[in-house]
Design a protein around this ligand. Structure first.
Ligand code: PEP
Length: 252
């Protein structure tokens, strides 16, 4: 059965001290919450990963990296491999975030390699994708999403999908304050399940968690998360404040 997930992408925010403080606050504020069926994931920067991973160890909070390189080791200055993430207790990685695609030229082909490297290391992947504003305006969003999924993930064996979490993030809604309407999110999530079902089968399509991302905050989360095919959120700005983040976790 698919899980509800709230994942906080801290991006390039919070030094080590601030990261430790934020995760401590989140753990403390979640204490009285049974979390029901909800997974809670935080993704700090590389420098804070090891310490945050240690802090969440005996809690229900999980830790993810924001990116990784597709190669195990070598002359790739500034990069970090799946093996390195595993060595500090990180088993989840966000791949394909629109900021990685746009500012760091990550193509679908590179992302497919990163997906393979993460899976080879038994990591779980939060795979991000979504259309830009021009595509939405020209009603091309479904083609874009389908091609991002095909190119990044549809080479996988059916069994690999156990380790995939999807995050539909329309680029026009990320960090802009503009959210897709709950109906727009539902429409796209249902479409995503349909193409996965066509490529694989209904069981895989029904079992994969599909998160929505793009200016989710406590004021709009309940309505978005209540949609049938929305299993939670990948959260940017609102994940940097413990009260807001915990309110999102409690929004189901
Ligand atoms: C994100 O970066 O994944 C994101 C959804 O950001 P925000 O919530 O700030 O729009």
């Amino acid at each position: 059965m698919r899980k509800q997930i709230v994942a906080g992408n801290w991006k390039m925010n919070n030094d080590l001290k601030a990261s430790k403080f934020l995760v401590k606050q989140i753990i403390k504020k979640l204490k009285n919450n049974s979390l029901k069926n909800t997974r809670v994931i935080v993704a700090p920067t590389f420098v804070s990963l090891e310490k945050v991973a240690k802090k969440v160890k005996k809690t229900k909070v999980e830790v993810a990296a924001q990116n990784m390189h597709q190669v195990k080791k070598g002359a790739f200055t500034g990069e970090i491999s799946a093996e390195m993430l595993k060595s500090v207790g990180v088993n989840i990685v966000i791949l394909g975030h629109s900021e990685r695609r746009e500012y760091f030229c990550e193509t679908d082909a590179i992302l497919a390699q990163k997906v393979d490297a993460a899976l080879k290391n038994n990591m779980e992947i939060i795979f991000c994708f979504g259309e830009v504003l021009e595509d939405r305006k020209s009603e091309n969003q479904f083609n874009i999403v389908e091609s991002q999924l095909k190119n990044g993930l549809f080479h996988l064996e059916a069994s690999a999908w156990e380790n995939i979490i999807l995050a539909y993030e329309p680029v026009w809604a990320i960090g802009t304050g503009e959210t897709a309407s709950p109906e727009q999110a539902q429409e796209m999530h249902a479409f995503i399940r349909k193409i996965i079902s066509n490529k694989y089968n209904r069981e895989i399509a029904e079992n994969v968690s599909i998160l929505y991302g793009g200016s989710v905050k406590p004021a709009n989360a309940k309505e978005i998360f209540s949609k049938e095919d929305v299993d939670g959120g990948l959260i940017g700005a609102a994940a940097l404040d413990a009260d807001n983040f915990v309110a999102l976790v409690k929004s189901f």
